[in-house]
Ligand binder design. Sequence first.
Ligand SMILES: *Cc1c(COP(=O)(O)O)cnc(C)c1O
Length: 220
Amino acid sequence: MSIAQNLLDIKSSLPDNVTLVAVSKTKPVSDLMEAYEAGQRIFGENKIQEMTEKWQQMPKDIEWHMIGHVQSNKVKYMVPYVKLIHGVDSLKLLKEINRQAVRWRKNINCLLQIHIAEEETKFGLDENELDTLLNSDEFKEMNNIKIVGLMGMATFTDNQAQIKREFNHLKKIFDALKNQPTTQNLQPTTLSMGMSGDYQIAIESGSTMVRIGSSIFGSR
Ligand SMILES: *Cc1c(COP(=O)(O)O)cnc(C)c1O
């Protein structure tokens, strides 16, 4: 099946309130253009250099999302154009994003990544670390970033019950966050969870943003 057809099939299966990020990492610009021509405007990449190269070559009405783990020393390369950074998992990284955003006179939207998988390899904050970060004086003084929600990845497993449990856990943390008073730099509306193998479960658990790669572009 074609990229355009995959995209249409997935889009028609998503509820209206769920945003689709087309994860295009490792794929050539020609594949991304096929998705663009089928109407897709949000693309997710996990390497800053690859995202920058594609940004330079592609139409400028695309929203570029950074979905991978970000090294602080590379933040400056994407701040000029990145729309949403999904994987923020430390105060140090957030500080650097804010610092670069100040330099560029921009406001950068971020999601905080929460560790929900039982696997040890995945990045992310636990609930205590999330609390500590949000209550720190340093965070309160960051004026050029905005936390617009949370992101998480379930364990890579066939065990649907486990995946569901992990997504439900993230949804609970998200709901608690939404119940806090909003501030200038904390306005959570987005819950980024679900990939090709588990996005239906994620949606059942309250996802508002799915990151889908291989089901659109084929395996990597
Ligand atoms: C690669 C990746 C995806 C997409 O994975 P697929 O299984 O190809 O849909 C989603 N989120 C993150 C963080 C990724 O690195």
